[in-house]
Design a protein around this ligand. Sequence first.
Ligand code: COA
Length: 173
Amino acid sequence: MPELQRLRLDHAPALLAFEKENRAYFAASIPDRGDDYFARFDERHAALLAEQETGACHFHVLVDDGGAVVGRVNLVDVADGSAELGYRIAESAAGRGLATSAVRRICDLSATEYGLTGLWAVTTLDNAGSRAVLARTGFVAVGETVLDGRPGLRYERSLGPVSFPGSGDDRRV
Ligand SMILES: CC(C)(COP(=O)(O)OP(=O)(O)OC[C@H]1O[C@@H](n2cnc3c(N)ncnc32)[C@H](O)[C@@H]1OP(=O)(O)O)[C@@H](O)C(=O)NCCC(=O)NCCS
């Protein structure tokens, strides 16, 4: 099982290889990063790490036994106890539950390490894989949105204790 690691400077070569190998695959469901991203990858990587240092973002990669990056799961725009979740998994590792297990782990980390109380995510209506991941990890669709010019949904997940309607009903006992 690949290991979830917080993004570091030395992940750069494996991360670039992952982005290059899966560029066409990702572009089929989410916007392409553009040629400039690949040409200036090291600069961008350093900028992301600097942003992570401020606490505004938490970036993670999934690293397999051979050191290859097979996925990334990110939390961005941390504010007021919540953050936006995003993820992408390599085509070669798809369909094995990796996104589902990584998002579950990120939810745990968000509550225990990052002090967050909620996460949110957006995906397009036609991204069945992403919607399945969010539904299985406790996210709830809360409204429609437009994402990159396409119809989408906004999902939210509370990280606090689960509350059940009626649990505070003092008539019961
Ligand atoms: C979406 C994505 C992250 C799913 O990663 P994954 O590791 O394959 O996901 P999981 O294995 O945890 O699969 C979750 C469920 O979604 C289902 N699923 C995956 N891709 C699907 C698709 N294209 N259509 C329908 N269902 C799909 C899986 O079958 C699985 O359900 P099951 O176990 O009941 O079969 C991956 O396909 C990806 O990176 N896509 C490109 C980037 C992207 O869309 N990111 C999300 C942006 S919002």
